[in-house]
Ligand binder design. Structure first.
Ligand code: GLC
Length: 559
């Protein structure tokens, strides 16, 4: 059966439901809140919504710990509300992509509650159980992403279970056919309710080396986080899922793939392999991280624009005719781009739109994260304001126990890159609680909501929102952005990101100065400039001298 490829011309918008819009005044965003904003999203022009998890969950990891895959969590509404959302979205030709978290479940899932009880019930092998070492310690030195060991002891079985994330998120045992079939059944269930596709949470972690060797330990620490991806049966499992569900039910898929390099990506997304449509890489998101530090993502450094270009260009070239890119800078696990890589004070509009220009000009499917389309910024909280389990557990591990980073540097990093930066409530207007809720929201608002909000952007001609609208419009109306070839220019220029998209008929230049000062280039020696399709400054563009964060998309001819 042929797969449809609507997603190649689409722009997808991610909703983090808890922080999007509260309709019933309990301080949590919910599904009816999303329904109430569908016209806004239609106006923006997006083709599909990816909903972060809305399933029943104890919310240890904000819904990425699911206790019932088929039930909507009461904080978000009920299953009927989800059906309403799906049908109201479909009426507006907006598709719905759900988050599929199938590497692990919540420890409150009935599957795990049964599994932990004994070694011989139906669910016993649904999770990964191993005996202690003779001295009673963990089966190996694997660390959890949220600190401590990746193994937790269960006295009822006298065994340890594996969890790559919190101990409340036990990893499923994909070696067990019953587990795989249960996941495929759940996918078919949601297809029957109108869901159009899946964002697959850490899908590259589902297969594990069953011998569970120790991780290499160059820094001599107790528990080491490494080797959580690309296990021996990964491609076999994904191919099976494709045959069982994705192809027969024509569902779109984008898999989260933390370690993938562009060459690995082909193995997931080359259509001949019949696996996934796209993957989210992390490679380009590490360009402001000190390589190889024990402090991982908390070891920050200024953005390296040359690296960013090299990585994105490499993905463009490697996947050309062998797959499709998922393009993103922001999501619920990433900070706000103007604060992280741009300038969120003097050049907030310019830096938000400059980064958007270089991303949306690429080949692939652009993903916009809620609030990105109005240039929301990081809130600069104190440590006690943060909620995220990742931040709290890493603080404990790195600052308090291992003492590899001090509290001030950790806070500085948190202000720049922590996941909570993206999770503050959506800023709809300048009134109380930013129009997000009638009551105090579950998570602190960014106090700048009186200046940065949707209403304000809708009311002004020059706004990040209108710029995003134009970018989406350009993509919808110009096959060149979908199909045109790609060529990186000025690869070693430390501030300018410039590239061509071209076909036999025409060539566009996508160019941005990713710095807060004026910079020169000599592209006008080679190109004659024609129609300006998009530009984030009002004045006439001076091609060889770009203003801070100046960006444009221009039709050109080669001299
Ligand atoms: C993915 C999610 C992240 C979550 C983790 C564990 O990386 O995007 O938010 O914490 O999986 O489920």
């Amino acid at each position: 059966m042929a797969r449809s490829d609507w997603w190649k011309k689409a722009v997808i918008y991610q909703i983090y439901p808890k922080s999007f819009k509260d309709s019933n005044g309990d301080g949590y965003g919910d599904l009816q809140g999303v329904v109430s904003k569908l016209d806004y999203l239609k106006d923006l022009g997006v083709d599909a919504l990816w909903l972060s998890p809305i399933y029943l969950s104890p919310q240890v990891d904000n819904g990425y710990d699911i206790s019932d895959y088929r039930k909507v969590d009461p904080i978000f509404g009920n299953n009927q509300d989800l059906e309403t959302l799906i049908s109201e979205a479909h009426k507006r030709s907006i598709k719905i992509i759900m988050d599929m978290v199938a590497n692990d479940t919540s420890d409150q899932s009935i599957w795990f509650k049964e599994s932990r009880k004994s070694k011989d019930n139906y669910f016993s092998d649904f999770y990964i159980w191993r005996d202690p070492k003779p001295d009673g310690s963990e089966p190996n030195n694997m660390g959890s992403n949220f600190g401590g060991s990746a193994w937790t002891f269960e006295p009822m079985r006298d065994q340890y279970y594996l969890h790559y994330y919190s101990k409340e998120q036990p990893d499923l045992n994909w070696e067990n056919t019953k587990v795989r079939q249960a996941v495929y059944d759940m996918m078919r269930y949601w297809k029957a309710h109108g869901v159009d596709g899946w964002r697959m949470d850490i899908i590259t972690s589902i297969s594990k080396d069953q011998s569970f060797p120790d991780n290499p330990n160059p820094h001599g620490i107790k528990f080491v986080v490494a080797n959580q991806n690309n296990g021996p049966r990964l491609h076999e499992f994904i191919q099976e899922m494709n045959q069982e569900v994705l192809t027969p039910f024509d569902m779109m898929s984008v898999g989260e793939s933390p370690d993938a390099k562009s060459e690995d990506a082909r193995n997931f997304v080359d259509p001949v392999r019949k696996e996934l449509d796209m993957i989210f890489t992390f490679e380009h998101m590490h360009v402001d991280r000190v390589p190889g530090s024990v402090n991982g993502r908390w070891a920050i450094q200024p953005i390296d624009v040359v690296q960013l270009k090299r990585i994105l260009a490499n993905w463009q070239n490697t996947l050309r005719d062998h797959g499709w890119n998922a393009l993103y800078f922001e999501n619920h696990d990433r900070a706000r781009t103007p604060s992280r890589w741009g300038n969120d004070k003097k050049y907030r509009y310019e830096s938000a739109t400059a980064f958007a220009t270089v991303l949306h000009g690429l080949q692939g499917t652009p993903f916009i994260y809620q609030g990105e389309e109005i240039g929301m910024t990081n809130p600069k909280f104190q440590l006690s304001d943060y909620e995220d389990i990742e931040l709290k557990t890493n603080y404990k591990k790195l600052v308090e126990q291992e003492k590899t980073i001090n509290s001030e540097d950790f806070l500085r990093a948190a202000n720049k890159i922590s996941r909570d930066n993206a999770r503050t409530p959506m800023q709809w207007n300048g009134s109380k609680n930013a129009g997000f809720s009638e009551t105090k929201p579950w998570f602190k608002l960014n106090p700048n909501y009186t200046e940065i909000n949707v209403q304000r952007d809708l009311d002004s001609e020059k706004s990040v929102f209108n710029y995003f609208k134009s970018l989406i419009d350009l993509r919808h109306n110009n096959l060149l952005l979908t199909e045109g070839k790609f060529k990186l220019l000025l690869p070693n220029h430390p501030q300018i990101f410039a590239y061509l998209r071209y076909s036999q008929e025409k060539t566009w230049l996508i160019i941005a100065n990713l710095s807060d000062h004026q910079v020169d280039n000599n592209l006008s020696n080679e190109y004659s400039y024609g129609k300006i399709l998009l530009h984030n400054y009002r004045n006439k563009i001076t091609f060889n001298k770009l203003n801070p964060y100046e960006a444009a998309i221009i039709e050109i001819t080669v001299k």
